[in-house]
Design a protein around this ligand. Structure first.
Ligand SMILES: NC(=O)c1ccc[n+]([C@@H]2O[C@H](COP(=O)([O-])OP(=O)(O)OC[C@H]3O[C@@H](n4cnc5c(N)ncnc54)[C@H](OP(=O)(O)O)[C@@H]3O)[C@@H](O)[C@H]2O)c1
Length: 337
């Protein structure tokens, strides 16, 4: 195998064309070799714009190509498991967009397919590859805020386009699947453990039937973590960790810019005092970093950044959030696995 993994992109999704493909074209250990679309014209147009060598007019044709080592999958959420399994059965490594799948059953099937094919596979939580998260986790472990009591997060944008995949219930649309997944994933990452139980409330759009506003409290033993997500609120994102002696705020937790530093603010005393310390993280493209980390895991035969076993727990927590809102009861994610 060459020192650069040859990637094929399964679809002309906006996230791929706008962010992930250009970012992975800057990778040290990856190159974008091919793109497939349901129509060859779309694949050709994308390839011409982004200078991608090979095109295919169907997803199956891409999976059959011996020129490609690994597949990046950014199709609508309800299609993730089907195409990830097909790609792995074709012997390809798979980086699949978040949320990995919409049920525990599907993820278990994906794990079986991965192991049968002996390939590398993971969920595309690019946030894991941004140094601000490892920095904050290390600071928390080093006692920067003292004993952690609470975590609070908010993530929102406004999108009322009925044709957008986020507003189509049958495609796995809605706030929890689209962005609640980040709140849960990043909280689990920071604490290094799973929520024991979740209490939630979820509001559904009367037309789309997708959740447009959702809030949950996750119980992690001694820490309580709450979040709200919305697809119909002005764009905003923040995640804060509160401890006995200080608080840490990640100012741009999820969509870290590629043209400006990200900052984490450590505040020690009252809101009235300007006593905060601002930690500046270097400018990086988290999609380039993700592509390199994943490709290096293939080359070195090591663990990928976010393996399917991690996704199993994240998905159980998302499903527990829905189930709590539906029943009005506290739900244990572990009961759903
Ligand atoms: N990690 C991140 O930062 C990030 C950001 C945004 C989105 N995402 C994830 O990436 C995925 C794609 O999101 P997106 O907003 O880029 O989606 P999008 O622009 O709507 O693209 C989805 C693509 O899937 C293909 N497709 C196949 N069957 C389809 C169907 N029945 N309906 C619609 N499209 C179909 C289409 O490609 P062809 O026509 O070429 O076949 C389409 O271009 C989602 O899972 C989302 O959660 C991740």
């Amino acid at each position: 195998m060459s020192q650069k993994i040859k990637w094929g992109v399964l679809s002309t999704a906006k996230i791929g064309l706008d962010l992930v493909v250009p970012a992975m074209q800057q990778c040290k250990f990856a190159e974008i070799t091919a793109i497939a679309s349901r129509t060859l014209d779309s694949a050709n147009a994308a390839a011409q714009t982004l200078n991608i060598p090979m095109t295919f007019g169907s997803y199956d044709a891409l999976l059959s190509s011996p020129e490609v080592d690994a597949i990046y999958i950014p199709v609508p959420n309800h299609m993730h498991s089907e195409w990830a399994i097909k790609a792995m059965q074709a012997g390809k490594h798979v980086l699949c967009e978040k949320p990995l799948a919409l049920s525990i059953t599907d993820i278990k099937k994906m794990i079986v397919a991965r192991d049968a094919a002996n390939v590398k596979a993971g969920e595309a939580f690019m946030v894991n590859s941004h140094p601000q998260w490892s920095k904050v986790r290390q600071m928390l472990q080093d006692g920067a805020v003292g004993k952690i009591q609470a975590i609070q997060g908010f993530f929102s944008y406004i999108n009322k386009d009925p044709d957008n995949i986020r507003n189509i219930a049958a495609y796995g649309g809605g706030a929890l699947w689209d962005i609640g997944c980040y709140q849960i994933h990043c909280t689990r990452y920071l604490l290094g453990k799973e929520p024991g139980s979740i209490m939630a409330q979820v509001r559904f759009d009367p037309n789309f039937k997708t959740d447009y506003l959702a809030g949950a409290i996750m119980n992690f033993d001694d820490v309580m973590a709450s979040f709200m997500v919305s697809t119909q609120t002005m764009h905003s994102q923040r995640l804060s960790v509160y401890g006995e002696k200080a608080k840490l705020e990640i100012e741009i937790p999820f969509n870290a810019p590629t043209d400006a530093e990200t900052t984490v603010v450590l505040g020690r005393e009252s809101v009235l005092k300007q006593d905060g310390e601002t930690i500046r993280l270097p400018i990086i493209n988290q999609y380039t970093a993700q592509g390199d980390e994943f490709s290096k895991a293939i080359l070195d035969d090591t663990e990928v950044p976010v393996p399917f076993e991690d996704s199993l727990h994240n998905t159980a927590a998302i499903l527990a959030t829905f189930e709590s809102a539906r029943t009005g009861k506290s739900i244990k994610p572990s009961d759903l696995i």
